[in-house]
Design a protein around this ligand. Structure first.
Ligand code: NAD
Ligand code: GLY
Length: 359
């Protein structure tokens, strides 16, 4: 079983990856207290995995809260629903929240833990491919706002991450593809060999071949762990993990949360960032085609939705968290396996990318 460590001094923690880990309560040895555990999940995941996890943790008498599923519920209302449950059930500062689900449950639970009684512990048990390779790791927690994606949140690291790869078998194919977008992003920003490996293994990944999945999840987590251990609060290098996200978040919030999956919006965003990089001579046209081909083979879009005008996307991009002194900063690939954050681009080029004009 691969185990990685996020090195953050006293807040360091392990990421366990493998099949059947939901039943392995010993992985949380010493991290839970009886009558002070609350499992938070959603109404798709609960019928599949809540009983199994509750049984594994029976010695701690966990209580559970089931949220409505999906991105439209990653908001203030659901967060308040969590707080009311914790308060009504007299959870104190010794409580530990366990997020069992995808990135939506993970981000909500992490943010609730960051705020409840000025901060309590939480553990991430991600059950989507996207959450296993990205959202459960690194301590970013947030809810969406009508005016912008993930705009209200906190950095709050979990005590542990347990990625049971067997849970992926019940994931709808569209969600598997969405997770692949974040894996492809990892190869693109820092590991050309991994990108090449993905090109040769994308079919096995779509088919959820167990060994191939464990390898891809482990490598994507290794890449993220190295970056987060160096730059927890995104003062520098961590911004690279946002490749495709300035475009992607704009697509998600402009469409209304939930119409496109997060991973789908990120995929279109990666292709748009690559298009910009070609215009800037940082990427060859052939490399751009390679990137789009891999995204398409993974079942992902390479263009923004036709219903959004370039102006509408730009309007939402201007609210990005990377904006400094009113200047938009973009993460752009420099070849395959390297990326940079830059505000040094011609606005006309961005307009051409958004309008889909030929390079
Ligand atoms: P999600 O949580 O909405 O899960 C996708 C769908 O799959 C949901 O309907 C869920 O109920 C269902 N599901 C979950 N596990 C399942 C399983 N094993 N079998 C069957 N169905 C299952 O979406 P997601 O793609 O996991 O996460 C996207 C969210 O993560 C976005 O809100 C995004 O902003 C956030 N995110 C956060 C970070 C971070 O660093 N915190 C990083 C990337 C993404
Ligand atoms: N998903 C981007 C980050 O964790 O920084």
């Amino acid at each position: 079983m691969p185990t990685l460590t996020v090195q953050l001094g006293t807040r360091s923690y392990s990421i366990h990856i493998g099949a059947g880990l939901l039943a392995r309560a010993e992985l949380l040895e010493g991290q839970l207290q009886k009558d002070a555990v609350c499992i938070i999940t959603d109404d798709n995941v609960a019928p599949l995995y809540l009983h199994k996890l509750s049984q594994a943790l029976a010695a701690f008498a966990p209580r559970s809260l089931v949220l409505p599923h999906g991105e439209p519920h990653k908001n203030w209302r659901t967060l308040d629903f969590i707080f009311r449950f914790l308060l009504k059930n007299s959870f104190g500062r010794d409580a530990t929240l366990i997020a069992l689900g995808g990135g939506v449950v993970g981000d909500l639970t992490g943010f609730a833990a960051a705020c409840y009684q000025r901060g309590i512990s939480h553990i991430q048990i991600p059950t989507t491919l996207l959450a296993q390779v990205d959202s459960s790791v690194g301590g970013k927690t947030a809810i969406n706002h009508r005016h912008g994606k993930n705009m209200i949140g906190a950095f709050h690291q979990p005590l542990a991450v347990i990625a049971d790869t067997a849970t992926l078998t019940t994931l709808p194919p569209r969600e598997v593809s969405a997770g692949l977008a974040e894996i492809i992003k990892c190869g693109l920003i820092s590991d050309e060999d991994f990108f090449l490996w993905l090109e040769t293994h994308v079919q096995e990944l779509l088919a959820l071949d167990p060994e191939t999945c464990v390898h891809a999840i482990t490598r994507a987590c290794e890449i993220k762990v190295a970056i987060v251990s160096e730059d927890e609060r995104e003062q520098g290098r961590r911004a690279l993990l946002n490749l495709g996200h300035t475009f992607g978040h704009a697509i998600e919030s402009a469409l209304g949360y939930g119409e496109w999956l997060h991973g789908e919006a990120v995929a279109a965003g990666i292709a748009m960032a690559a298009d910009m990089a070609v215009r800037m001579d940082w990427l060859k046209a052939a490399e751009y085609r390679r990137i789009c081909r891999l995204l398409e083979r993974a079942g992902l879009p390479c263009k923004p939705p036709a219903s959004l005008t370039p102006m509408r996307i730009l309007e939402h991009m201007r609210r990005d968290k990377k904006v400094r002194s009113g200047r938009l900063r973009l993460v752009l690939p420099k070849g395959i396996g390297q990326a940079v954050v830059s505000d040094d681009f011609d606005v006309k080029m961005l307009g051409d990318t958004l309008a889909g004009r030929p390079v």
